[in-house]
Design a binder for this molecule. Sequence first.
Ligand SMILES: Nc1nc2c(c(=O)[nH]1)N[C@H]1C(S)=C(S)[C@@H](COP(=O)(O)O)O[C@H]1N2
Ligand SMILES: [Mo]
Length: 313
Amino acid sequence: MFHSEGLKHSDVTPHSVYLTRRCALAALSALALPISRATAGQTTRFTSIAKPSLANVAKTSYGAGEALTPQSVVTGYNDFYEFGSAKDEPAQNAAKFVTSPWTITMDGEVSRPVTVDLDRVMKLAPLEERIYRHRCVEGWSMVVPWIGYSLSALLKQVQPTAKAKFVAFQTYFDAKKMPDAAALRFPYVEGLRLDEAMNPLTLLCVGLYGTPLPNQNGAPVRVIVPWKYGLKSIKSIVKITFQESMPATTWNTFNPVEYGFYSNVNPAIENYRWNQKDERRLGEFGKRPTQLFNGYIKEVASMYAGMDLKKNY
Ligand SMILES: Nc1nc2c(c(=O)[nH]1)N[C@H]1C(S)=C(S)[C@@H](COP(=O)(O)O)O[C@H]1N2
Ligand SMILES: [Mo]
């Protein structure tokens, strides 16, 4: 299904910026070559501000054997529209984004609403490194060593009531610090069904590649939902609200035909501008087939038993 009037993921990109993005893509294919040579003379494009290493991060078996996407690509090719719509803009425009102190407010259908400081959030559960596949609707994918713990450990703290069926997330927003007005409505909002949010695979993420999250990747705290398209993995979270009704989400509000609430990775659903049947792993040549639920079938398929995934896209 293709609706020509509807706005699409890339329609928020002004044409001139879109051309810049194509240049960035060209630079990225060059990354398949030795990185030092490919980026020589482009000192700022892929740099990120250095953050100290995180201590006491346990290795896990998640993603064992997967080839990691180079750190320079993970931190240099981003979707974070508050900081610009070209892939190389968030790394530059978010460089001065101050993320400390930081609090997360949890409210709604809970017994114990709370506003909690990030330092406490960091200590709620042991930090783990988990290597997850990460796929954007635009047809690119990465393999990233994220750091965090299961989001459920945080959510349980507030004791959701029986009425809590969904969890709504909200990103920090300040128009003065986040220069991109684009066509999206901010603050960026996302949502999950409660069982999806509680699934052990859903990661409360505070770091990648051994360090705290770079600003462009959603510092200081985001979620990673690896069986869904990247747009569900909301960045720089300040608020988590438990509710009975399905939350509004930024991309669904922008174009409901193309972006459903579920946004599970599914090669059989073609209502996107981009091909969902296969994908390009950034830093590699060629394409590989896209897998249902991004390959996390064992972990998540039971949550959708009996559901029509074409209707609930
Ligand atoms: N607040 C916020 N979160 C966001 C986005 C955004 O624009 N704003 N983009 C989403 C999209 S479309 C993708 S693909 C992933 C990209 O995450 P990465 O830049 O860490 O790879 O972040 C998601 N989270
Ligand atoms: Mo994306």
